[in-house]
Ligand binder design. Sequence first.
Ligand SMILES: [Zn+2]
Length: 174
Amino acid sequence: MPFTPFHMGPGLLWKGLQPAGLSLITFGLAQVLIDLEPLYVLKTGKDFLGVPGHLHGISHTILGATVIGVLAGAFGRPLTHLGLWILGQSSFIPVPWRVIWWSAFFGTYSHLVLDAVMHRDVEPFVPFSRSNPLVGLIDVGTLHWFCITTALVGTVMYLSLHLWRQYNSRNVVP
Ligand SMILES: [Zn+2]
């Protein structure tokens, strides 16, 4: 899916279900990093391994998603801390590494699965196999609705919880 924002759906749903259990910045960073290769292909016509016209190359494999997950985790933690500091939420710093790694790998692997269902040229098992058993498992329209619905439900849940906590904290007798 060259349109990266669609991939935020599963992350936003998780954020709504368990706000402290996911770093949305790390999850989002994973989405951006994994789609750098398709962006590069659109600019140059070749993937990272030099294959012409191959939109989803090595970044969209289990191997690539694992390496990109490590990068997303390593850079995601300081970025998350910066984001929390800017938002005045420093009390949540430091974010546990387990939350960061979950956000990074949930990000890259969910991205890979969604793209593998949607795009024939995704080859998750390279270099061991060039097959893609997931392609066409769900039709593209349903896949888009899944992404949009999870994003909306997660956002509403997260904002509702945030507002409810704010309302309750105002009503606490000091
Ligand atoms: Zn992608």
